[in-house]
Design a protein around this ligand. Structure first.
Ligand code: FAD
Length: 523
């Protein structure tokens, strides 16, 4: 069997890579362990946030899947940093896990040029030079050929789960690790490192005392990820807010020696910006309490994700400290938290197309490159998938630079600086953040996507209409003008210098809003 591109792994990077390659017309195979885990959210049931929301909007601007799927599955839209400037506002959606999987599986199944197969990939085939990629070998020994292969194996490479003193080889809770591909990467000479991440317990919402908790509602006006989304697909829910207590901190402190991170059992480096609760209690010892969001995992699901207490302490210690948190005194656990350690490849091995220098035709995307987070994985998947397909058809590569996109910032950071710790996106990483806003991602990137052929007709048409409407609105606000005297009559104060000011000039005054101008010029 022969394909133009093969994507290994159907996580957030793999799904985006497979869809992108297929959109460019490449005959694409998505080889992944299980169809049912396409769109699986391994940790928090949410997409977006500060910096991450920008990535999702950029993926959407290039007609990727994540924005549309997150909109279809969202049960709570919130625009973070709403009170701050537009450059740092972060769209976020809490998702119904099952709806997210369902929407992703439907999108991939409907994608022309894409074949999905449930297989475990054990090895890579190379040309006689021992490095140029020729295809993959599955666990049953089947050889499938393609000149370009994208590896997006997430936390599965030599994955090892830790909970207290207990260690279990696994790629994710209840799923086997990938061992063969680590050996292949070693054989090809790639420098591999170890990183770690963790997840909180999952709680039974029917055993939480919600009446004692503060609740946080969704935004009244949802801010969608995709410019193709027009309506809110689901009922919007509230999240609960609680805090750790002095007693919970006491239990954690007394058991630090049993936390794999402190006992030296885990050697990999963890995510600085997503620390475990044991880490927070030690590093921020002066803080009396830490905030916890109690996030429902679905509309018809009582499972609660307690955002803020990722932990790998032993089961009985988790039981004790969690029940010392207000509202959770009688809570029942659905699953306990754990940490996972896994292999990653030093991303300085990569070109900005995400192709490896060492093995031509081999591309890497997602957590395998030392990043953490669904959005970071998806952004890389998109670029790797596009470039694998372009290379397979001998077309020119597609890259984004730091001035064009957050995706460009992330890839530049990775390929030039590596990932000494799990890499996640922040607005502070982008030096051009004033112009790289979430709300102009389409203006920055959709024309580029149209030119390489990865944007479908519906988006291209909608984008053209939006640009025409924007141009006509810009023309109108330039043409309308008033004297200081006329403005004063409408109670808009400017210098009484006799100079006419256009509506566009007036909009640049921080205290003048569009609705003030509506009174003068209803059109
Ligand atoms: P994944 O989503 O892991 O997908 C990998 C896919 O590849 C899977 O479908 C797997 O079945 C498939 N696969 C692997 N090997 C093979 C093979 N040999 N053959 C065929 N298929 C294969 N991110 C955060 O931002 N914050 C957090 O707090 C956080 N905590 C996490 C906690 C845990 C326990 C885990 C597991 C992950 C956590 N993450 C967190 C990370 C987040 O889940 C990942 O960054 C993201 O899912 C990475 O996407 P990916 O596509 O690279 O890999």
């Amino acid at each position: 069997m022969k394909f133009d591109t093969i994507i290994v792994g159907g996580g957030h990077a793999g799904a985006e890579a497979a869809a992108a390659a297929a959109r460019l017309g490449a005959k694409t195979l998505l080889a992944t362990h299980k169809f049912s885990t396409l769109g699986e959210m391994s940790c928090n049931p949410a997409i977006g946030g500060i910096g991450k929301g920008h990535l999702v909007r950029e993926i959407d601007a290039l007609d990727g899947l994540m924005g549309k799927v997150a909109d279809a599955a969202s049960i709570q839209f919130r625009l973070l940093n709403r009170s701050k400037g537009p450059a740092v506002r972060g769209p976020r959606a809490q998702a119904d896990r099952a709806l997210y999987r369902k929407a992703m599986q439907a999108a991939l199944s409907a994608q022309p040029n894409l074949t999905i197969r449930e297989v475990a990939v054990e090895d890579l085939l190379t040309q006689p030079d021992g490095k140029t990629i020729r295809g993959i070998v599955t666990a049953t020994g089947e050889e499938i050929l393609a000149p370009c292969v994208v590896l997006t194996t997430g936390t599965f490479l030599q994955g090892l789960i830790h909970r207290g003193e207990e260690k279990t080889p696994a790629g994710r809770h209840g799923e086997a690790p990938a061992l063969g591909l680590s050996k292949t990467l070693n054989r090809l000479g790639f420098p591999l490192g170890r990183l770690k991440t963790g997840t909180p317990p999952r709680l039974d919402g029917s055993t939480i005392d919600w009446s004692s908790l503060e609740m946080q509602p969704a935004d009244v006006e949802p801010y969608f990820f995709s410019t193709l989304t027009t309506t809110c697909a689901n009922r919007q829910i509230q999240c609960g807010v609680t805090y750790t207590s002095a007693r919970a901190h006491e239990v954690i402190r007394a058991n630090l020696h049993r936390a794999p991170m402190y006992s030296g059992q885990i050697k990999g480096t963890g995510p600085r910006y997503c620390p475990s609760i044991e880490d927070k209690v030690v590093r921020f010892a002066e803080k009396e309490r830490h905030q916890i969001f109690l996030e429902p995992e679905g509309l018809d699901d009582d499972t609660i994700y307690p955002n803020g207490i990722s932990t790998s302490l032993p089961v009985e210690v988790q039981d004790e400290f969690v029940r010392a948190i207000p509202g959770l005194e009688k809570v029942q656990f659905i699953r306990h938290g754990y940490a996972i350690e896994y292999d990653f490849v030093d991303p300085r091995e990569l070109l900005p197309t995400l192709e490896t220098r060492r093995a031509p035709g081999l591309f890497l995307a997602g957590q395998i490159n030392g990043t953490t987070g669904y959005e970071e994985a998806a952004g890389q998947g998109l670029i790797a998938g596009l470039n694998a397909a372009l290379k397979a058809c001998n077309a020119e590569a597609f890259t984004l630079d730091r001035a064009q996109a957050y995706i460009g910032v992330m890839i530049d950071d990775l390929v030039t600086r590596g990932a000494p710790e799990p890499y996640r996106m922040f607005t502070s990483r982008a030096e051009y953040r004033l112009s790289l806003r979430a709300d102009n991602a389409d203006q920055r990137l959709t024309p580029l996507g149209i030119s390489i052929g990865c944007v479908g007709e519906e988006r291209a048409e909608k984008f053209t209409l939006r640009m025409e409407a924007l141009e006509s609105a810009r023309g109108l606000v330039r043409a309308l003008s008033a004297t200081p005297h006329e403005l004063a009559e409408e109670r808009i104060e400017v210098n009484q210098d006799g100079a006419r000011r256009s509506a566009l000039d007036l909009l640049s005054y921080p205290e003048i809003t569009l609705s003030d101008l509506k009174n003068i010029w209803p059109q």
